[in-house]
Design a protein. Structure first.
Length: 168
């Protein structure tokens, strides 16, 4: 019940920007928006078995450099976001950084994406994390079929008309 209350309070007066007045999906026209520097940072994790943690910290997984492959996949995912998310604008990305760190039970993933454009890069940062996670699972699945992507979420964004936002 508390979650519903938060949703009601958060959405009072809000509207879905990708839906027109008739309820049809649409791509938002951003042509009148100013070009500004924008960044977004997203995080997530892939839970893995102790055996995978040992391999990642040691000799590596059978398929090769799992963390390197995941990092490149995350960068590639950010670049291909408009091909995967139907209503995302194709925008020029000026920087994509994907960091992976091995903990005792997971691989933590953080992606930061930058542009100077008319719309933000939140979806690109989220896609980078999700794509890196999927690639990591592909690299470790022979050792751990239970590996799972968890808690992919936006943690901050800067720039644009709505300004800066940081998850509390």
């Amino acid at each position: 019940m508390a979650a519903a209350g938060r949703a009601d309070a958060a959405t009072a007066g809000a509207r879905l920007t990708h839906v027109d007045e008739h309820g049809a999906a649409r791509m938002v026209d951003v042509s009148a928006k100013a070009v500004t520097v924008r960044t977004a940072r997203a995080v997530g994790r892939v839970s893995v078995s102790p055996a995978v943690v040992g391999l990642l910290r040691g000799e590596g997984v059978p398929k090769g450099d799992a963390l390197g492959v995941a990092r490149i996949a995350g960068i590639q995912g950010a670049k291909r976001t408009p091909d995967l998310i139907p209503l995302c604008h194709p925008i020029a990305l000026h920087g994509v950084e994907v960091l992976l760190s091995v903990t005792d039970a997971a691989v933590e993933i953080e992606a930061t994406v930058r542009t100077a454009d008319r719309t933000g890069v939140e979806m690109e940062a989220l896609t980078a994390v999700a794509t890196a996670g999927l690639a990591l699972i592909d690299m470790v699945k022979a050792v751990d079929r239970t590996a799972a992507i968890e808690s992919v979420r936006l943690v901050s964004k800067t720039g644009g008309r709505s300004g800066d936002w940081h998850r509390s």
